[in-house]
Design a protein around this ligand. Sequence first.
Ligand code: ADP
Ligand code: MG
Length: 377
Amino acid sequence: MGSLSIKGLRKAYGPVDVIKGVDLSIKHGEFVVFVGPSGCGKSTLLRMIAGLEEISSGELRINDVVVNDFAPVKRGISMVFQSYALYPHMTVFENIAFPLRVAKASSGEIESLVNKAAKILKLEDRLQHKPSQLSGGQRQRVAIGRAIVRAPEVFLFDEPLSNLDAALRAEMRVELTSLHRDLGATMIYVTHDQVEAMTMADRIVVLDKGGISQVGSPLDLYHRPQNMFVAGFIGNPKMNFIPVTYEGRTAGSIVVRLPGGSQFQVPADPAAEGDWQNLILGIRPEHIRLEPNDTVLDVIPHVVEKLGIHTVSYSKVDGNHDVSITTLASGSLPHQPGERFRVGFKAADCHLFDERGLAINRRHVVEGGPIQAERVQ
Ligand code: ADP
Ligand code: MG
């Protein structure tokens, strides 16, 4: 078993609150990713779970036992860091075996556990090599092997792929996802990379300035971000934010005025209400249509990226240079920098945010409290 329950967890360094009261439950076997920009508190939260940072207040339970004051080795966890921290003079076998030797396991047991981990990680033919003879990806697998042999209840990963090049990161993402499936263990994975979060997580915890901004499955966060921070963080290229003015509402929609003057109806929950004036309309670059039936905006691109599989354009709204519009479309498009083109979008794809940055349409059905685990099948 490897379940976690975090209640009101806080961490202060002197007068500075770094973790500001986090509530979260994690079910056995879940792959949970903590994501957020640099400095938001991801490593601190993970290290508090590991027992490497003291908890200022709040409660941390692993398998329903309060472990606030347990030493790291007593918590049933293993942590893998960004720097692999392998012993250069030891072979791969001895590096993986190290925690078992410390725990005074028998040589037969060590042999069997190291070989099993090496098989899972495809390191069988590297066991007698030294770390210097391995690639970055292989070194990171050795570090993971050292975590596996301890058979932890919970694996903690702190940006383990950040030192690898892009191709290797993509490969290791797939390997870690398979590893999670094979081991069935609980994994908590910290990254600043939303692609890693989207591709690996059962559930993503988005952190912002030491607090949870939103928790949900990857597609939940993509389709129903609760605020502009999550909307802007999840998705690449980033969601466009267009300032609009509130004009009025009908039973199922909110009417806004776009830059340029046209009116636009965005579907909204009839229960949503507020004293609105200036709103922000959010639309993802991939939802912007380049041959719209209803033209809503003319834009002038200043950069056009032609990637073969798709074309990304970075534009300003014609006549309103304060408003930027990024588009993402399949294939190679003929757009050129400086050449105006027309874009439109479907009302159903739009997000609306109030002046505080909170979503006022497409809201999540579950609100408040620690969100219960929901495994993606
Ligand atoms: P992340 O991993 O998300 O990049 P961290 O958890 O490392 O962020 O840091 C969160 C915040 O806590 C940062 O603002 C950092 O400067 C601060 N912090 C981390 N460790 C200490 C420390 N030992 N003393 C004071 N402040 C710290
Ligand atoms: Mg960190």
